[in-house]
Design a protein around this ligand. Structure first.
Ligand code: GAR
Length: 199
């Protein structure tokens, strides 16, 4: 099994797309826990609907980021995790969290990085007037939205698009991009284990 955890702050549509993909394809991937930093975030309810363990660890109950992340780490280290997926997790990650799971944390971002980092990437792209934007899955590092790019997919901005239609088109792309990346990373890891076993 390839064990993952998902962190999100809101709606959780990327989590749902991933959980459905795993279920439909009967992949050897197990979502061990879903964690949110926001009380009552829909992603927590969506996790329960899939029968997946969920935990809310609100950042505003802690006086600093380190303490909040330590609490998240305490939960994550209960599982033998291969990957942590940030799916709409609107917090910067650092310190011990990052060093414990270095190269094992990925994030989905709604632009073609390195363009339009940070919040409201779809709006940034729309207002800039680019003709092509998209979605990126990348490794998480200390620097916001700057880790190695794992995969990307583009979305054309048409003259008829509004910010709403563009955001929707990007989200649709995210919903197939993220599951594909997770599937590929799982395949690579599980194949490596088979190869090691053969040596
Ligand atoms: C997604 O569009 C994701 O790319 C974005 O938040 C949305 C979460 O939606 N993430 C970022 O902007 C991170 N910088 P969801 O909760 O429905 O998956």
């Amino acid at each position: 099994m390839f064990n993952i955890a998902v962190l999100g702050s809101g709606r959780g549509s990327n989590f749902v797309a991933l959980a459905e993909y795993i279920k439909t394809k009967d992949l050897p991937i197990s979502i061990k826990v879903v964690i949110s930093n926001i009380d009552g975030a829909p992603i927590l309810r969506r996790a329960s609907e899939f029968g997946i363990n969920s935990r809310c660890i609100p950042h505003n109950k802690f006086t600093n980021r380190d303490d909040h992340e330590k609490e998240i780490l305490k939960e994550l280290t209960k599982y033998d995790l291969d990957l942590i997926v940030l799916a709409g997790y609107m917090r910067i990650i650092g310190g011990e969290f990052l060093s414990t799971f270095r190269n094992k944390i990925i994030n989905i971002h709604p632009s073609l990085l390195p363009a339009f980092k940070g919040l409201n990437a779809q709006k940034q792209a729309f207002e800039y007037g680019v003709k092509v934007t998209g979605a990126t899955v990348h490794l998480v590092t200390e620097e916001l939205d700057s880790g190695s790019i794992i995969d990307q997919e583009c979305v054309h901005i048409l003259g008829t698009d509004s910010l709403e239609t563009l955001t929707h088109k990007i989200l649709q792309v995210e919903h197939t991009l993220l599951p594909r990346v997770v599937e590929r990373l799982a395949e690579e890891k599980l194949q490596n284990e088979v190869n090691k076993g053969e040596n």
